[in-house]
Write a protein that binds this ligand. Sequence first.
Ligand SMILES: Cc1cc2nc3c(=O)[nH]c(=O)nc-3n(C[C@H](O)[C@H](O)[C@H](O)COP(=O)(O)OP(=O)(O)OC[C@H]3O[C@@H](n4cnc5c(N)ncnc54)[C@H](O)[C@@H]3O)c2cc1C
Length: 404
Amino acid sequence: MSASTNRYDVAVVGLGAMGSAAAWHLARRGERVIGFDRFHPPHMMGSTHGDTRGIREAYYEGPSYVPFVRRAYELWDELSELVGQPLFRQTGSLTLGTDGSLQINGVLASAREHDIPIDYMDGAELKQRYPAILATDDLVGILEHRGGMIEIEPALKGQLDQAAKHGAELHFDEPVERWLPQDMDDVESPIVINTAKGTYEAERMVVTAGAWNAGLVGKLNLPLLVTRQVMFWFEPRANPEAFEVGALPFWMWERGPQDFAYGFPNVGKGFKLGHHQPLDEVDPNGYNQEMTAEDEANVRQWLERTFPDVGGKLLRAETCMYTSTPDAHFLIDIHPKRPNIVLASPCSGHGFKFSPAIGEALADLSMYRKTEHDLGLFRVDRFVERLGEQASQTSQPSQTAAGD
Ligand SMILES: Cc1cc2nc3c(=O)[nH]c(=O)nc-3n(C[C@H](O)[C@H](O)[C@H](O)COP(=O)(O)OP(=O)(O)OC[C@H]3O[C@@H](n4cnc5c(N)ncnc54)[C@H](O)[C@@H]3O)c2cc1C
């Protein structure tokens, strides 16, 4: 078959958390979808691996995220049914910090605006309820009962399987090397996509390449900062029961500016946590994917001040990448110069929980150029001038990274 006969309604570039979700929604709406990935997801080279991701509803990053995450909860339930396996485990979600801190205030604001039931606890109550935590008197915590965790690899595989079931053609281990509009002068021109294996044509394109996004739309000069992060799994050296599901929720702990960690109760593979490493900018095509002695020393030092019973045997460590915007909100929008291309960089360390809802929004934008989801915080024109408009704001990359 001549390569030029490969014509599709929409090409999805990058089949990680977001691209697999977009492919699923597009294919089940009857679109002729082709998807490409550089590797074979789920894999360990991008941002979607490591067993679990946290999900919470009283979103400290802004009350406008709440309806979006509520839709994601519905879709996680639906996907669980479709794949015949529960993908979400409700453990509660505990935000720790000091009174008046960014995250504590943010959770309170979202809970108030959206009537989300929460328990507000002082240091003494935290000490009593969560013996795993070294609770100082100035520590406060907010428990949100509906929070929990998503099993990421089965979730990602489920989205891909659903996309394929509805006819999406998924090309793994086939990176997109180049794309060009068929007619450069026509802003709505179909897109010609080149890989090492062929040439493909699509009426529209969705770019969901995670840490590689900025390179795929290089001319836009998007201020996306890719950083190396490390996840650790420890065996508690004492009181293991205090780290089990039921005794400890999914938690996030802000101890000060640039001093943030999050983690999960032990579900049989160890106590997993990640300590943000916001300064470690990397090239996604080549960075140190091994844990270093410094990584381990830093996290052990952090644990001594927070979960002193944990610093036992390190069972496992994996690196992963955050792709962050300067304000830590997502980027989900129509390409500023080409309305048949949709861009999604929903990471900044907290995007996974939204993936099925983001996939739905991407399918809407690609098919109808609008969506009922509120994507106001995620507009591309906060960074790049839209065709025929002035940019509302231009920003340079900073070290900001949101959490979980
Ligand atoms: C350590 C860590 C902890 C996190 N914790 C949480 C959490 O608790 N809760 C939460 O909600 N979020 C969390 N996040 C964020 C979340 O994991 C990300 O937002 C999400 O995984 C991003 O998905 P993605 O689809 O954008 O990227 P990816 O899943 O990385 O997908 C991008 C894909 O594009 C492919 N690709 C790249 N270039 C090309 C090309 N040229 N052609 C074809 N394919 C290409 C890649 O191979 C990759 O598969 C965390 C992230 C990390 C790293």
